[in-house]
Design a protein around this ligand. Structure first.
Ligand SMILES: NC(=O)c1ccc[n+]([C@@H]2O[C@H](COP(=O)([O-])OP(=O)(O)OC[C@H]3O[C@@H](n4cnc5c(N)ncnc54)[C@H](OP(=O)(O)O)[C@@H]3O)[C@@H](O)[C@H]2O)c1
Length: 279
């Protein structure tokens, strides 16, 4: 039950109506009898600054931001942790006595998801589609595992920036997202990470990629979960974006509550809500 002293967490994004984070957090808080609530708010780019100030004024006990705010919020933070500063994107904010501190749990959440499927992201060939906040977090984390990464994006300059900001030892190249670069980029990759809001199968049909070019992809990892894709009948398999969602939510929980997250409970909250396990 929400009471006068309930600690409030929030999610700012646009759109947020599809978000499953409130399910994960509110079910977990209830199951553990924690006096906390997690509320999603539709916040446009123009209103982000006011929303951040509202979180400060109303004393929210930490909040998440999602598309399209992960980079825009950086300058509104009083402090950034090392990872968020390196990649210039924030998805988790905590409130401290000295102000708002921005973190980014996307990269680590993605690694957790990959490993839970038995995929060890080390010394692999990886194709990343998109160059937004999520791609930046993933490329940075994956580059620290000596992977060979190619980034393709509609706006070439953004792909270059993602490559330039990554600090790991991996080899990174980039190019414009078009039919020929996608076709070539998919050749013999161990993992395709799709960090655009468009499903991989839709991109493949939009660019008219022949089926035989898709068959050598190892794993496919679509990050967007608002329009679940049917597994492409190629490669070793499909990593569910929901697995990453739970992993990065567990990391937010740990930042806010300073204790180990009840990962199994958070995961089963979502599995129960959806009605089936995705793995
Ligand atoms: N599962 C999870 O836990 C999780 C975590 C984080 C993010 N996500 C999902 O990952 C996706 C990306 O998030 P983000 O924060 O990185 O978003 P973002 O910063 O807005 O970046 C979006 C990227 O997608 C590209 N894009 C957009 N529309 C496209 C289209 N029609 N065709 C090709 N490329 C297109 C953009 O290209 P341009 O630069 O050319 O505009 C940009 O590179 C979202 O769907 C988000 O919900 C999921």
């Amino acid at each position: 039950m929400i009471k006068a002293d309930t600690k409030v967490h929030s999610l700012y994004g646009s759109p947020v109506a599809h978000s499953l984070s409130p399910v994960i957090f509110n079910t977990t808080f209830q199951q553990l009898s924690l006096n906390r609530a997690y509320l999603p708010f539709e916040v446009s780019r123009d209103n982000l600054k006011q929303a951040v100030e509202a979180a400060r004024t109303l004393g929210f006990d930490g909040f998440n931001v999602t598309m399209p705010h992960k980079t825009g919020i950086v300058e509104m933070m009083d402090r950034l942790d090392k990872t968020a500063e390196k990649i210039g994107a924030v998805n988790t904010v905590t409130t401290t006595k000295s102000g708002l501190v921005g973190y980014n749990t996307d990269g680590e959440g993605a690694i957790g998801a990959l490993r839970s499927y038995g995929f060890e992201p080390h010394n692999k060939r990886i194709l990343v589609l998109g160059a937004g906040g999520a791609a930046q977090a993933l490329v940075n984390r994956l580059s620290s595992e000596n992977n060979n990464i190619r980034i393709l994006n509609r706006i070439l300059d953004k792909a270059r920036q993602v490559a330039d900001k990554a600090t790991g030892t991996g080899r990174i190249s980039y190019g414009e997202l078009d039919k020929s670069s996608l076709e070539k980029g998919m050749e013999d990759v161990d993992l395709l990470v799709n960090a655009t809001p468009i499903r991989t199968s839709t991109l493949i049909s939009q660019f008219k990629i022949p089926a035989d070019k898709v068959k050598d992809i190892g794993w496919v990892f679509d990050l967007a979960y608002d329009q679940p894709d049917k597994p492409l009948s190629v490669g070793s398999g499909t990593i569910s974006p929901l697995e990453m969602l739970v992993h990065q939510a567990a990391l937010s929980y740990e930042i806010w509550l300073s204790e180990t997250a009840p990962f199994d409970l958070m995961r089963s909250s979502l599995v129960d809500y959806i009605g089936k396990d995705w793995r």
